[in-house]
Each structure stands twice: as structure tokens, then as C-alpha cells.
Write a protein that binds this ligand. Sequence first.
Ligand code: HEC
Length: 118
Amino acid sequence: MCLAIAAGAAIPATLLQRAREEAARVPNPFEGDAGARRAGAKLYARECSACHGANREGRGKAPPLNRPEIYKTPAGTLYWILRNGALRQGMPSFAHLPEPRRWQIITYLRAGGPDTSH
Ligand code: HEC
């Protein structure tokens, strides 16, 4: 009985909220690192550009990623997106890439990239 009350009362609404906040707080070990940004640009070209466009301009259902909204998205949130994808919407999971590779891509995404930072 106690279990039922505890589960019903405390967990559902706050777990979602907590998960979202926890994900956003995970720090990028390469934040602001120029080498990681360059490595991320190469990985982007290989893994993402077919759908999101060579200059992140977007294509078809894949939204543009060269938007201030993306630059300002917490690294941990982007990490969550890369790990989980949105399979039914056509965004694959990149959980198969080693973690440092995913953070390099995120460093590139948040830095703006060659098309905006030169
Ligand atoms: C097979 C095509 C495809 C590939 C490859 C792909 N994406 Fe996506 N991506 C999508 C689609 C489609 C969506 C929109 C999903 C939705 O609306 O829920 C999306 C959404 C996103 C979003 C959320 C954008 C927003 O404004 O909501 C991010 C960030 C993202 N992708 C990053 C990447 C990165 C980084 C890579 C490479 C590691 C990548 N994607 C590779 C198709 C792709």
C-alpha cells in the first residue's frame, strides 16, 4: 500500500522534469575546443550532411541546424538527441558512435561552423 501511494504521488510528473534537466546539465568535455570543432565538422560531413545539408541548411524533413536556437541548446540536450534520435520522424540514433565523437559533433554544432564563423 505504501509503495502504491509513493509511486502514484511522487514520481510521474517530476521524473520527466528531472530527466530533462539532468540531460541538459551533462557537460561537453570539449566545449570551445577548436580541434574538437574541426573533428566534429568532418564527422558532421560524414554522418549528418546527407540529411541536414552540407552547410546545415536542412533538407526535406531534416530541419536546418544553422540556427541560433541550435547554438544555444545545452550540449547535454543535443547529446540526448544524438543518443536517442527520433526514429519515427526519420532522425537516426547515433548511439553507435563512440561518446567522444558525439561530443565533437556537438562542439561543431554549437560553435556555428565554417559557414558562420569565418
Ligand atoms: C536519415 C536522415 C538524418 C540523418 C543522417 C541525421 N538526421 Fe538529424 N534529423 C533528421 C530528421 C528527419 C529530423 C527531424 C525529427 C523530428 O522532427 O522529430 C532531425 C532532427 C535533428 C535535430 C533536432 C533539430 C530540431 O530543430 O528539432 C538535431 C539537433 C539533429 N537532427 C542533429 C543531427 C546530427 C548532429 C546528425 C549527424 C550525427 C543527424 N542529425 C543526422 C534526419 C536526419
